[in-house]
Design a protein around this ligand. Structure first.
Ligand code: AMP
Ligand code: MG
Length: 408
């Protein structure tokens, strides 16, 4: 059976970024840029005032004191968005607003709070060095400066910087459309009251949310009963999406049709099982260049498979340079023990917290693959390598930090 690392390698070998194209800057939050982007000019483009006040020549204020203020002649007003008509001469001042271009001659701005105003004059009570309350052209960004690197996901701040720097259109990779299918005769909608033997469909919500959190667009399909013909029909339409994710029906039960059907459709099976717990059955197929993931129905296993295998694949398809979660080493409080003969990698849901510079992890509770509540407070997965059956209390474990905030 494949190890998790081998399975992930087989997946990532088969997917590559969807072709990028130019897109207007709006609505690019979370999309990966396809090329390095540089400032097209200086930001700010001109030297301007950082305060509402008076643009003056610092030399005129050298002798100013509260007892003997310096009186300057006010030549006019300059609002943000206007341009100065003339220079500020000796003995002169120009009323200036934040963001207005600094007029020639002036080399400093006195905040309005530090002044007394008459009809056409202003009095200043203390000296001010040149260059105070002034924003220099290019002090934020120089022309040609690297702003965003190829493969980086755009965050709100990046969009602001790109706008300030003149990138109206940006080359980005498309947002993936991911068809999500849940299967099982036992499933009912969350809004329904489950009858005898029925349960609510948790996966459609959890998995679609995971897809959204990856930056892709989930396309939820109506629940599919364990019926061959219906499943075949739905699979055919789902293949209109860029990627297909199915949950359930992937194991060896009598109603587990997924494998057979996909192969009937001509999909190439890359692998079907991974040596890991929870989970195990995870099918990966390619059909006409499209990746198809068959994920187990157990909600915890399903979420784990999406986290460990689907997420990196979706990120690669969307052109992100960074595919994986941050890794960390943590001290395992309480320890853990498994079966000595187990040759599978175990993923434990844990709560990680930092204390005095050291990460500590504790189990979220019972770890069965149907214990969905174990996902509630988890912010990391502890990865216990195959063959390890004991982690002493206080022993070190490797973590995948799954909390979005940890993942820049
Ligand atoms: P399966 O992989 O279809 O054999 O399902 C394994 C277990 O997961 C069974 O107990 C199912 O009832 C349960 N299960 C399957 N799909 C879902 C779902 N969408 N939501 C919640 N539980 C599910
Ligand atoms: Mg089933």
């Amino acid at each position: 059976m494949l190890s998790p690392a081998e399975a992930l390698k087989l997946i990532l070998e088969r997917v590559s970024p969807l072709p990028a194209g130019p897109q207007p800057l709006q609505d690019l939050l979370g999309r990966a840029v396809a090329e390095d982007l540089h400032a097209t000019g200086m930001v700010p483009p001109f030297t301007n005032s950082a305060m509402d006040g008076y643009a003056v020549r610092s030399g005129d204020l050298a002798e100013a004191t509260p007892e003997h203020p310096v009186r300057l002649r006010v030549m006019g007003d300059l609002a943000a968005g206007s341009v100065p008509l003339g220079a500020v001469g000796v003995g002169e001042a120009l009323r200036i607003m934040t963001g207005a271009p600094l007029p020639e001659g002036a080399d400093t701005v006195v905040p309005v709070e530090d002044t007394t105003r008459g009809d056409d004059w202003v009095e200043l009570r203390k000296p001010l060095r040149a260059g105070i309350h002034i924003r220099l052209a290019g002090e934020d960004l120089q022309e040609g400066q690297l702003l965003v690197k190829a493969g980086q996901g755009l965050r709100p701040g990046d969009l602001g910087v790109l706008a300030a720097a003149g990138h109206a259109v940006v080359n980005v990779h498309p947002r993936l459309r991911v068809a999500v299918l849940t299967t099982g005769d036992e499933l009912v909608d969350v809004s329904e009251r489950p009858g005898p033997g029925r349960i609510r469909d948790a996966n459609i919500h959890a998995v679609c949310a995971q897809v959204t959190a990856c930056g892709a667009t989930p396309v939820p399909y109506p629940r599919v009963p364990d019926d061959r013909d219906t499943l075949l029909k739905v699979l055919r339409t789902a293949l209109e999406a860029d990627v297909v994710l199915t949950t359930g029906g992937i194991s060896v039960g009598d109603y587990d049709f997924m494998k057979g059907l996909l192969e009937e459709l001509g999909a190439e099976r890359i692998f079907w099982k991974v040596a890991q717990k929870p989970g195990g059955p995870l099918g990966f197929w390619m059909l006409g260049g499209k990746p198809i993931f068959g994920i187990p129905g157990n909600p915890v296993a399903a979420m784990l498979m999406v986290e460990e295998y689907v997420r990196p694949a979706l990120r690669k398809l969307m052109g992100f340079a960074k595919l994986h979660r941050p890794l960390a080493e943590a001290r395992m409080e309480g320890g853990w023990s498994g079966r000595a003969d187990d040759l599978r990698t175990t993923f434990l849901r844990v709560v990680a917290r930092r204390e005095a510079g050291q990460l500590h992890a504790r189990l979220t509770g019972p770890q069965g693959s149907a214990i969905l509540s174990s996902m509630l407070i988890a912010n990391a997965l502890a990865v216990i390598p195959a063959g390890v059956d004991l982690v002493e209390a206080g022993g070190m474990v490797s973590l995948h930090l799954t909390e979005e905030a940890e993942d820049h």
